[in-house]
Design a protein around this ligand. Sequence first.
Ligand SMILES: [Zn+2]
Ligand SMILES: [Zn+2]
Length: 331
Amino acid sequence: MKALVLKAKEQLTYITDYPEPTSLKDREVLIRVKYCGICGSDLEAYQYGKVLMPIILGHEFAGDIVELGPGVEGWAIGDRVTAYPGQFCGKCFYCQQGQENLCKNIINGLGITINGALAEYVKIPANYICKLPKELSYQEGAIVEPLSVGYHGVNLSGIQPADTAVVLGAGTIGLSTIQALKLRGIKEIYVIEPNAFNRNIALQLGAKETIRLNRLNKIGPDFVFDCAGFPTTYKKDINIVRNGGTVVLLGIHFELTPISFLQLITKEVNLKGSFGYTFQEFKTIIRLLLQGKIHPKSMITKIVPLSNIIKEGFQALLHPDRQAVKILAKI
Ligand SMILES: [Zn+2]
Ligand SMILES: [Zn+2]
């Protein structure tokens, strides 16, 4: 089958004769992938390794079930599906509370520890798959995952409609955060994003330029959502949030970052980490897409055949003047 394999850091290869997944285990299904997005974490894996290699990357996808393993119930060949990509234990304290993103015994991560979906076929235990209603396209199915990330951050934050929010970074996660904030009724949403292409999409989705916030409000925003995740933005978050305000960190950075705890204390800043999303939130995004309450089209800026995805996908996204947000591979 066709597959995009990361053999080692920076060694990404498009292969046309990769062996198809065979002999499905108990309760696994085989999915013929139609579209799979490139995530920031796929770019990180490409640049720095830090996944179990060799591996097929990709975890934001949709496709059709083409084979059922032993014991699979409630699913049929031909069902259109997407899947929750983190494989959680279902038994620990967190899983029992519906906080699968915090599972203590994460079993596998698609495209991190087991083969992902930038390939013709992917096999997955049936308990992680979700039905894609016929009204939704496979492309919309492939963007459920990144939309869930912003939705989770906003749910955690406790923000109320009268509050002001700054979203720092307007990549896929920033744009999904803006949509989740709008959905929650927040009217004053401001964006900080140096890339004009991305910033314009944020403005189209209803965010405003921060200069207007400065005129409106001299004390700073009630909430800052960091969707960039650089040491410099972490510092900026704490600088710009108002005293007693909340900073939600959605952007991930691997290095240790010096920040001033004195500033955190004296400003009484609430600092919240936000990691992934729950299985329920993932399912809710499918429902919100179905209800037309989220608009993913402006975020999907390019569709590229899998054979060209290294150059037109990975390298295009890593280019400093990139003109792309979410790039999907058509498989
Ligand atoms: Zn992702
Ligand atoms: Zn668990």
